[in-house]
Design a protein. Structure first.
Lengths: 501, 125
């Protein structure tokens, strides 16, 4: 008899395809072969990789059911700070699937791929215009890859000048975690610079480290507190005076489109995250794309190749676009030309918005974040409380609710139908909750989220166990993070051994 | 919060027992990190450890952190058991959760006594 388990809270549990498998069940028929059948030699047959046996409807139901466990920006509000989980307009998917783009092969002769090359060239021009830089590569696969490329170019710049003693990279404590990781991966010594009480880089600490061993500094601006550094030009000056270069982490560009150009502030290198700032799917949808912009001084070091005009316009013929290698290039950093599908989507997004529309994007992103901040600041302590950019960081704790942590608030938000904000980052805020609404959310959505946050603050004091045991309304309850981290099992057992573990 | 009076403390939340030469992470630090799931010793027995040198890398469900030596000297023991039971740092940070033991020959100029460290923790909260 089937045990329906109808008592208690309904928990949806979906078996694996191996558990659903039944010998002999099939979903497809192969046509009769049009060549004689030959038996494969026994030595070439692999028996250790059994396949599940399922019908088509078994497979469809299995994956549709699993897909309903997902939470995405298409299903609800997703205020994951510093990640810019922006809605990806569906027209992006139409343009990326146009056969002229989708069916291209990167090794086709350039005469047959002019449309794609023109799109890449135009995207390069737009991204240079938005950031104020002179040159760009579209190759890097995502943000951290872009950082790595940027830092390699900074190193190459110093080596090219025969300035070999520069091995130190300065990283503020409000930087993205990828910044120190990138510097360490590049073989550099990482020195952390503290923040001052307003959440800016501590200038005295910076001056103390600014010497002739400096490769440069990696600054996330706005920083991970969601604050625009009020001394950014002075910071750039201090680093330049010491002979270092300024790297700008452009992950938070969503606050500045059409308002501030990173190059004008004094930065020498910057990466974009196309998948954050210019829509394109993000968060499981990927892939990312992390173009890197540089000043003219660094242009010769860009990865090869970049898209440029290889034959000027002449006699009524349009210019011919092709691929060129910068003279002192650090080399190729990605197969072919990067994630071309992301270029099409970002191109579409920029073209659809235009200059005024992009400025609107940033203004609404900043307005939305400040609206949430204004309605929550009396209930949730905000340690660096000033006008924020596109995100802000609150504390998920109260003195009179001592057992409540940011994690409990994040889990409880899931019961109200929201994706939790980033928590426990940045590290300089206790029990951090980092909230980034993005520009697309309307006031009704923002108010509903705020009301849920206020309700949770009440519950934290009145019924704390409700938070400790959250989430209650999701397919799975609170997961054991310690076990997940310590006893990670990634192998698939053979069906005949299933159940032994 | 537990801050034993016989130990000395650093601003980066390590403790050292200058008598035995044992050192580890403070109760405050383990509380901030929450559940510790991974510990890697970065020194071996007989290594010479400088003040401020990295002794261990600790990872929790929230964050990862490097642990720096409050005192220098020759390493005489490394707590190997932590590799299998890192959660001991959470439950017993000053006892079974010790990380490294050295034959102390130097110490940081900035070590705090328990009263100063208690104030230092309170100021950060």
């Amino acid at each position: 008899m089937t045990d329906f388990k109808l008592d208690g809270a309904p928990k949806i549990v979906e078996p694996t395809v191996y558990e659903l498998s039944s010998p002999g069940r099939i979903g497809v028929d192969f046509p009769e072969p049009d060549v004689p059948r030959t038996k494969l030699p026994d030595a070439m047959l692999r028996k250790e990789l059994p396949l599940p046996e399922l019908s088509e409807v078994d497979v469809v139901r299995h994956f549709v059911k699993l897909s309903t466990f997902n939470y995405s920006v298409d299903s609800g509000f997703y205020p994951l700070g510093s990640c810019t989980m922006k809605y990806n307009p569906k027209i992006n998917e139409d343009t990326a699937r146009l056969p002229g783009f989708a069916n291209l092969h990167p090794m086709q002769p350039i005469e047959t791929t002019q449309g794609a090359l023109v799109l890449m060239f135009q995207l390069q021009e737009w991204l240079k215009e938005i950031s104020g830089f002179d040159a760009i590569t579209l190759q890097p696969a995502a943000g951290a890859h872009g950082e790595f490329v940027g830092v390699l170019m900074m190193r190459a710049y110093h080596r090219d000048r025969n300035d070999m003693k520069r091995m130190k990279m300065l990283i503020p404590d409000s930087a993205h975690g990828t910044n120190p990781a990138t510097s360490a991966m590049s073989g550099l010594k990482v020195v952390q610079i503290p923040s001052d009480e307003r959440g800016n880089v501590d200038l005295d600490a910076l001056r103390a480290e600014a010497d002739d061993t400096l490769v440069g500094m990696m600054l996330t601006n706005p920083n991970t507190l969601g604050l625009f550094d009020e001394n950014v030009e002075e910071i750039c000056q201090i680093v330049h005076d010491a002979g270092g270069l300024m790297y700008g982490d452009g992950a938070n560009m969503n606050a500045m489109l059409g308002i501030t150009k990173m190059a004008d502030l004094g930065f020498d290198v910057m990466h974009y995250n196309l998948h954050k700032t210019f829509s394109t799917p993000h968060g499981g949808g990927g892939p990312g794309s992390g173009p890197v912009c540089v000043t003219a001084e660094l242009a010769d070091f860009l990865p090869a190749p970049i898209v440029d005009v290889v034959e000027e316009e002449a006699e009524g013929l349009p210019p011919l676009f092709g691929l060129v290698d910068p003279p002192k290039t650090i080399g190729r950093v990605k197969a072919f030309h990067g994630h071309f599908g992301m270029f099409v989507r970002a191109f579409t997004y920029i073209a659809m918005h235009g200059p005024d529309g992009l400025r609107d994007v940033s203004e609404y992103a900043v307005l939305n974040a400040n609206y949430i901040l204004a309605r929550l600041r009396d209930t949730y302590h905000v340690p660096y409380d000033r006008i924020c950019m596109h995100e802000f960081v609150a504390e998920g704790r109260w003195k009179d609710a001592p057992d409540i942590h940011a994690l409990d608030i994040a889990k409880r938000l899931m019961d109200y139908g929201f994706h939790p904000p980033t928590n426990y980052f940045p590290l300089i805020v206790h029990e951090a909750l980092m909230i980034e609404p993005t520009e697309t959310e309307n006031k009704v959505t923002l108010d509903t989220f705020i009301d849920a946050m206020l309700k949770i603050a009440e519950e934290a004091h009145a019924t704390p166990d409700l938070l400790h045991e959250a989430p209650h309304n999701t397919p799975f309850g609170r997961l054991d993070e310690v076990k997940a981290a310590k006893d990670l099992v990634l192998c698939c057992w053979l069906p005949e051994n299933y159940g032994e573990q | 919060m537990n801050i034993p009076s016989n130990l000395k403390y650093t601003k980066s939340d390590e403790w050292v027992d200058l008598e035995s030469g044992k050192m580890g992470l403070t109760d405050y630090a383990q509380g901030q990190l929450s559940d510790i799931v991974f510990v890697e010793a970065l020194v071996d027995v007989d290594d010479t450890l400088e003040v401020g040198g990295e002794i261990s890398s600790v990872e929790s469900v929230k964050a990862s952190a490097e642990v720096y030596a409050p005192a220098g000297g020759t390493v005489v023991a490394v707590n190997e058991g932590l590799a299998d039971t890192p959660e001991v740092i959470n439950s017993d940070p000053y006892g079974a959760g010790w990380l490294v033991q050295v034959d102390v020959s130097s110490q940081s100029d900035e070590l705090m006594d328990s009263a100063a460290y208690e104030k230092y923790c309170a100021d950060r909260d």
